[in-house]
Design a binder for this molecule. Structure first.
Ligand SMILES: Nc1ncnc2c1ncn2[C@@H]1O[C@H](COP(=O)(O)OP(=O)(O)O)[C@@H](O)[C@H]1O
Ligand SMILES: [Mg+2]
Length: 328
């Protein structure tokens, strides 16, 4: 590694005393949940009140912590200052649907359109983008509540993370457009109306304005390099490297602050004897080549290299061990 210039995880975090929103991204299975957990433990140990939240539909936090943290923020046993919350994706999506349904019902009545809101709701919500957006809203709701010093989000293992953030700009554009046509429609209705009654309250418009404002607020927080950091996890392997390379490019484009790269599951060559299996030796050799590539591609962005442990990472003691290595 580029030891002279690369900040370690610890040094990076020390250089960001106001860090508040921490994310982990990367290909599935590279250790995002584990590293989010380890980072959350480390921050809690440093005296911050930390919420570890998973917006991941796969129930992973409870499994990793060996404790049920589903559906609400739950104190993590054995780690003072740390709470974990596995967000109920289904409930979040349902709530979002309900909210939209109410708006649509109101709108149909307002526009005097005959039809059942359900049909519109189904067509508007039967797609993954809606679910992502519902989860994103849920996440920023948690951020705005501001009940913790620091938040670690274990994000979904896809291109979503970036799309989610990209969405906030898209939303803003979209909502502005919507608001404009709503205003025009309202004016028209006012002009046409014989009774000329005063402008009635418009819940749809209110919702859109509120929505846009929330998105803008979220964007301000999530693009603040003092408050936010996205960490990208990779293995010394081709595919995970390719994935985070793409992520990093996208994120740079969107102006989303990148905290750095964490290399996980590296086999310590010193642990591998001459007598080791060919298979293991080949693996070590392959990893060495990819470590070089990582150095070339990400150089000073690399914050930590974690070893492949003898078992998977489960339970608080093992998480503490990982935290110590991550912040070594
Ligand atoms: N350094 C490591 N050594 C051994 N096992 C690990 C290590 N990091 C993660 N694991 C294990 O690998 C699996 C995938 O990790 P996980 O954090 O769930 O990945 P992701 O969230 O990126 O899909 C889990 O079983 C986890 O315990
Ligand atoms: Mg995970």
């Amino acid at each position: 590694m580029n030891a002279q210039t690369a900040l370690s995880m610890r040094e990076f975090v020390d250089s960001k005393p106001n860090l508040k929103y921490v994310f982990f991204g990367g290909k599935g299975g590279v250790g995002k949940t584990v590293l989010a957990g380890a980072a959350a433990v480390a921050f809690a140990q440093r005296g911050k009140r930390v919420l570890l939240a998973s917006t991941n539909p796969v129930h992973s936090l409870s499994g990793m912590l060996g404790q049920d943290v589903f559906g609400k923020a739950t104190p993590v046993e054995g780690v003072p200052n740390l709470w974990a919350h596995e967000i109920d994706t289904r409930e979040t999506i349902e709530r979002s649907k309900q909210e939209i349904k109410e708006k649509i019902e109101w709108f149909l009545k307002y526009a005097e359109i005959k039809g059942r809101a359900d049909e519109f709701v189904e067509s508007a919500t039967m797609n993954p983008a809606f679910e992502e957006s519902a989860m994103f809203e849920n996440m920023i709701e948690i951020m705005f509540k501001d009940e913790y010093d620091l938040y670690v989000f274990d994000t979904a293992p896809t291109a979503n993370a970036r799309r989610l953030l990209g969405m906030s700009s898209v939303y803003s554009l979209w909502v502005n457009k919507m608001m404009q046509s709503r205003k025009e429609a309202q004016q028209l209705k006012l002009q046409l109306s014989f009774s000329r009654k005063k402008e009635e309250k418009d819940p749809l418009m209110e919702y859109l304005i509120n929505f846009r404002d929330r998105m803008e607020r979220a964007k301000v927080l999530l693009t603040d390099p003092e408050k936010t950091a996205f960490f990208f996890v990779t293995l010394p392997e081709a595919l995970p490297i390719a994935v985070i390379r793409r992520f990093i490019n996208w994120f740079e484009e969107f102006g989303i602050p990148i905290g750095g790269v964490i290399v996980n599951m590296r086999i310590d060559p010193n642990q591998v004897s001459e007598q080791a299996d060919e298979f293991v030796k080949n693996r070590v050799k392959m990893q060495a080549e990819y470590m070089e590539e990582i150095d070339k591609l990400f150089g000073t962005m690399v914050r930590a290299v974690l070893p492949l442990f003898e078992t998977e990472v489960r339970g608080v003691p093992m998480l503490k061990r990982t935290a110590t290595l991550l912040f070594a």
